[in-house]
Design a protein around this ligand. Structure first.
Ligand code: UD1
Ligand code: UDP
Length: 374
């Protein structure tokens, strides 16, 4: 008798990182696999579903403008009940550290399904940084039955919390499966993409392109103001540089960023890019400034230096290997480090080596094999 999977996600990064698993399970005849999106994100989620050609079986359509954590958590749990009752899954898969992951984990526990946590064991050990993600992933780790850790380090974090070793599998991060699939598709001869064509008209690729993203809740307010001040100074002092910032749709980000950086000649503020255009642009960039988790994992595979506007990271592997520097949000530190990378060729080259601390593109396959063998 075939077993039933329910794969659930809600935001852009979860969708990118779960897409390879959805694709693999849908091809496997030993499982019935259903996909549910909470749609904690809407436009930014739909962009990913389009690219990976995923049609969810259930779409809870829960995003509300400037939503808060209380109501989002409560509505996810409530809205998962009928889905879980209809599908009666043997296994529910959640990803990482969002409110969707944590709330779906709780609902899945109530349903009696086995809970499979993809991207398990990342830790900063500080519940306020990143907020609320560190709390979400610790809680999801407690709820989960099976833990798919991207690296040995994330596995050791789980072991230190007394998680049973036989329930942990080091898989690599599915973000690399997605990246390799994406890069292949984008570089295929017949691939046409309106966003990429548009980027070619607005940016001058003879210049050094700095790609920026930022959205973390703990950076809202002062942190974001300080980052924007650094970007403004860099743009003014370096006309040979073009800064492109696909601005996250969170109103606490869009508002201040447009106000502080709008109208500067070599700063281009654009809407969030769909995944193909974004990875194409990462490849073309000179350097990346970000507080994103996923981008810290992708950039080493593309050999791009990353300045992280956070003081802690749950992804220390690339910091140790030297492609990623943790800077925090201090304006002077961001300017100083960016200028060093713009002017010191040896320093730049030292940070631009290609390496893959986060996986080899076979993570989803390992997860499927593990579940199949249970
Ligand atoms: C969420 C996750 C964060 C993850 C990030 C990835 C939580 C608590 N936060 O943060 O861990 O790193 O996604 O991007 O789970 N919005 C839109 N359209 C969209 C997406 C967002 O308009 O497609 C706006 C809405 O007004 C929404 C707001 O952004 O209410 C905030 O979205 P939310 O998912 O709560 O927070 P993020 O900052 O996106
Ligand atoms: N990304 C994208 N378009 C953008 C910015 C990012 O497709 O305009 C992709 C990026 O390649 C990475 C993921 O979105 O895979 C990261 O998402 P985000 O930074 O929102 O969340 P985090 O990883 O910090 O949770």
């Amino acid at each position: 008798m075939s077993r039933t999977n329910l794969i659930v996600f809600g935001t852009r990064p979860e969708a990118i990182k779960m897409a390879p698993l959805v694709q693999k399970f849908l091809k496997n005849k030993n499982f019935v696999t259903k996909v549910c999106v909470t749609a904690q994100h809407r436009e930014m989620l739909d962009q990913v579903l389009d690219f990976f050609e995923i049609t969810p079986d259930f779409d809870l359509d829960l995003m509300r403008p400037n939503q808060n954590l209380y109501s989002l958590t409560a509505t996810i749990i409530e809205n998962m009940k009928p889905v879980l009752e209809e599908v009666k899954p043997d296994y529910v898969y959640v990803h990482g550290d969002t409110t969707t992951s944590m709330a779906v984990g709780i609902a899945a526990f109530y349903s009696g399904a086995k809970i499979c946590h993809v991207e398990a064991g990342l830790r900063t050990f500080n519940r306020q940084y990143p907020f609320p993600e560190e709390f979400n992933r610790q809680l999801t780790g407690k709820i989960a039955d099976y833990h798919f850790s991207p690296t040995e380090l994330s596995k050791s974090n789980l072991l230190a919390e007394n998680t049973k070793e036989e329930n942990i599998l080091v898989t690599g991060n599915t973000v690399i499966d997605a990246l390799l699939y994406g890069i292949d598709k984008v570089n295929a001869e017949n691939f046409k993409d309106a966003e990429i064509e548009n980027l070619k008209t607005i940016l001058n690729f003879q210049n050094k392109i700095i790609l920026v993203t930022g959205h973390r809740r703990e950076n809202h307010g002062d942190g974001l103001i300080s980052i924007c001040a650094a970007l403004k100074t860099i743009a003014e002092k370096h006309p040979e540089v073009e800064i492109i910032y696909p601005v996250h749709l969170n109103p606490n980000v869009v508002g201040p960023v447009n106000e502080l950086l709008g109208g500067i000649k070599n700063i281009f503020l654009v809407s969030p890019l769909a995944y193909p255009a974004f990875i194409w642009l990462m490849e073309k960039s000179y350097l990346i400034i970000t507080d994103s988790g996923g981008i810290q994992e992708e950039a080493p595979s593309l050999g791009k230096p990353v300045l992280v506007t956070r003081t802690t990271t749950e992804r220390p592997e690339a910091v140790e290997e030297g492609t990623v520097i943790l800077l925090g949000t201090n304006t002077d530190s961001i300017i100083e480090e960016t200028e060093k990378l713009l002017t010191n060729v040896d320093y730049y080259e030292g940070m631009s080596m290609l390496h893959n601390p986060y996986g080899d593109g076979k993570s989803a396959e390992r997860i499927v094999n593990f579940i199949e063998a249970l």
